[in-house]
Design a protein. Structure first.
Length: 182
């Protein structure tokens, strides 16, 4: 029986160290790392991790939302693991699917995670709608190539993302979208 870990953060700016430390402490022999949104169902490291697992192994993650953001996707993964005789442990939520209680907790918390994501999206859409009605929602301004070079240099020198967002009058999503361009 081998413990195999999977760690994920949503953006390249986020850090995997806390998850890595927890997975190592839990005794994971192999850990797969990913810096992609949980909403993205094409996550190559997750697929490599799932392909690596063998009968009797245990998949270990720190939180349910690190694995997926929808109940359907979580349940698909859990069913695949169950069919392959692979147990599943979620450290922070104390879930161990080798027990009946762990299976129940998995299903309850998967539903809660999906609910939280839906509520967050609803609040965001409501905020945008209210801002539009108040005339405060404007299309993001374009960033020139020269500004992009300067913005990257400022970020690399330690300027905070929130400060760059204000300086360039852009949202966080726009900031990361621009930085991901090559």
């Amino acid at each position: 029986m081998a413990k195999i870990g999977y760690a994920r953060v949503s953006t390249t700016e986020q850090n995997l160290e806390i998850q890595q430390s927890a997975l190592e402490k839990a005794g994971c022999e192999e850990i797969y790392y990913e810096k992609l949104s949980g909403l993205d169902d094409k996550r190559p490291e997750l697929q490599k991790c799932l392909d690596y697992l063998r009968k009797g192994d245990v998949l270990v993650i720190t939180k349910l939302d690190r694995l997926a953001r929808s109940v359907l996707h979580l349940c698909e993964i859990q069913k695949q693991l169950e069919n392959d005789n692979i147990d599943f442990i979620v450290l922070d939520q104390n879930i161990d699917t080798s027990t009946p209680t762990g299976k129940l907790m998995f299903n309850v918390l998967a539903s809660v995670a999906e609910f939280e994501t839906a509520i967050r999206a609803e609040r965001c859409a409501l905020g945008v709608s209210k801002a539009r009605l108040a005339g405060k929602y404007a299309k993001q301004k374009a960033i020139t190539d020269e500004q992009l070079i300067t913005m990257r240099a400022e970020r690399e020198s330690g300027v905070l993302v929130k400060d760059l967002m204000v300086k360039y009058n852009i949202s966080k999503a726009t900031f990361y979208r621009h930085l991901s361009k090559s």
